[in-house]
Structure formats: C-alpha cells, structure tokens
Design a protein around this ligand. Structure first.
Ligand code: C2E
Ligand code: CA
Ligand code: CA
Length: 249
C-alpha cells in the first residue's frame, strides 16, 4: 500500500476535513483540527483507521504528514484568528529533521507560526525522548503550540508533564463518555486542575451531549470538540461557519 499512498498524494486522492474546537461556552470556534481522508480509486472513501497504521509501518506517513501540514496551513490562511491543529505521528516526531521540515513548510505557506498546533500522542514520546524534546523546543521557540492528544489512554506519565513544555492537554473521549460516572468525572476534574496548575489549556474531545458540555465547562475545560458542535467538515464549510458566527454549530 506504500506506493499507493505516495501515488495517491500525487494524484490528489487525499483531502482534509476539519472539526471545530469551540470555546467551552459553545459560542465561538477557537480552532479546527485537520483530519485526513482518502478517496481510494477502488475502495472508495477511507478514514485514517483504514490506512494510518500501514502508512506508519511503511514510512509513507512522512509524505502524508507533509501533505497534511501544508494543506492545513494553506486552508487556515482563509480563517484569520482561528488556530489549526494537525496530528503528528510518532514516526514523524522521531525524525531528527522533523522540526526543520515543519518550520520550512509553515514558513513557505506564510501562516503565522502561532496559529499552528501540533497534536502528539504520548507513545510518540516514549521512544527517543531526547529527539522529540529537541524538536518540540525548536518549534515552541517559533511560537508553534504543542498539545498532548488522547490524554489518559496511555501511561499518562506525569514525567512528560514535568519535563515537556506542553501548551495543551486533550482529554480523551473515553473519559468524556463516562463523565456521568463518578470515576471518570473525578479523573476529568483532577486532570483539569493539574493542567491549569501547570499553565496548560485543556480541550475535551468527543463531546456529544449538552449535559457533557455543562459538566466539562463547570470543570474548567477551556475548549470542547465533538459532534455536539460539529462533525468534521470540508474546508469550505468551515469558511461558511465562520462567516455566520452566531450559527457556528
Ligand atoms: P483523534 O486525533 O483523536 O481525532 C478525533 C477522532 O474522533 C476523529 O476521527 C473524529 O472524527 C472523531 N470524533 C470527533 N468528535 C467525535 C464525537 O463527538 N463522537 C465520536 N464518536 N467521534 C468523534 P477520525 O477523523 O476518524 O480520526 C481518527 C484518528 O486518526 C485521529 O484521532 C488521529 O489519531 C488519526 N488521524 C487523523 N488525521 C490524521 C493525520 O493527518 N495524521 C496522523 N498522523 N493521524 C491522523
Ligand atoms: Ca487529534
Ligand atoms: Ca484524540
């Protein structure tokens, strides 16, 4: 599938959809998260679950990641004041030249560095911590923000929070789903308190109900993302939502 992915990028078979990340009161979009899709010539529309594992194993994720970052920056030029979050795979983060490549890509598009946020997962930090931290330091010095994605699903080692300069934690959907249960609710409250004490922002993902929104807002989450506000949509739909700010949902 490696060559299919590389050829598919060339042939324009990949595109991005964007999911709004709302201020916790739901009034406005703060940012969007770019999520990759593949219109496969024979298999039809595919989501990341269908191809990111293979892309990571074959190394094609490097080319795919470069495409995603560039396209997300170009689209974000149409959305002044809105941040754009891009998912970064462990494989990309382990490349010692990662930060230089990201810097050059963002610079070429002309998007201000402080409008980009890279979402990384904890497992990407476990191996090769020193390479990852050097890249993160390099990019943060330019103003790029770093979010720790799926927080709570891995080891959630506090070491990373202590040693890594992070801007944001994203609380995984599995905790949000269970927010009605005392255990999940307690964990969410503790994670928000910890993040706030460390000067980080918090986004909760997978928010599907108003009840979840009320709880997460009361807990002090800064941003919320989920089907309650919007599914991932095409770039043009984001432009339209932004031009009618009172009707973003
Ligand atoms: P993620 O980064 O945790 O992204 C959130 C996923 O949850 C997205 O699935 C999104 O469509 C889905 N989602 C958002 N809100 C809700 C909700 O309220 N309910 C439910 N049930 N689902 C919700 P998607 O687009 O299928 O992406 C899956 C994963 O694939 C992402 O998880 C991310 O880890 C990875 N991914 C997506 N795009 C890229 C990319 O460009 N590069 C890399 N390396 N990974 C990507
Ligand atoms: Ca993500
Ligand atoms: Ca996530």
């Amino acid at each position: 599938m490696h060559q299919q992915i590389i050829n598919g990028i060339e042939a324009g078979e990949f595109h991005l959809v964007y999911q709004p990340q709302m201020f916790a009161d739901g009034s406005r979009m703060a940012a969007v998260e770019a999520l990759v899709r593949w219109n496969h010539p024979t298999r039809g529309p595919l989501g990341p679950a269908d191809f990111t594992d293979v892309a990571e194993r074959s190394g094609a994720i490097v080319e795919l990641g470069a495409f995603v970052l560039k396209q997300a920056c170009l689209d974000a030029l149409n959305w002044p004041g809105i941040g754009v979050a891009v998912n970064i795979s462990a494989i990309q983060l382990h490349d010692p030249h990662f930060a230089e490549v990201v810097e050059a890509t963002i610079r070429d598009t002309g998007l201000p560095f402080n409008r980009i946020e890279l979402e990384i997962v904890e497992s990407a930090l476990i191996e090769n911590f020193n390479v990852a931290i050097a890249s993160i330091d390099h990019l943060r010095a330019l103003g790029v923000k770093i979010a720790l994605d799926d927080f709570g699903t891995g080891f959630s080692s506090l070491t990373y929070l202590r040693k890594l300069p992070l801007d944001k934690l994203k609380i995984d959907k599995s905790f949000v789903d269970g927010a009605g249960m005392i255990q999940s609710a307690a964990i969410i409250q503790a994670v928000v308190a910890l993040a706030r004490a460390l000067g980080m922002k918090v986004t909760a993902e997978g928010v599907e109900t108003e009840e979840q929104q009320r709880f997460l807002r009361a807990c002090g989450c800064h941003y919320l993302q989920g089907y309650l506000f919007s599914k991932p949509v095409c770039a043009r739909a984001i432009t339209e939502k932004l031009s009618t700010p009172r009707r973003v949902a």
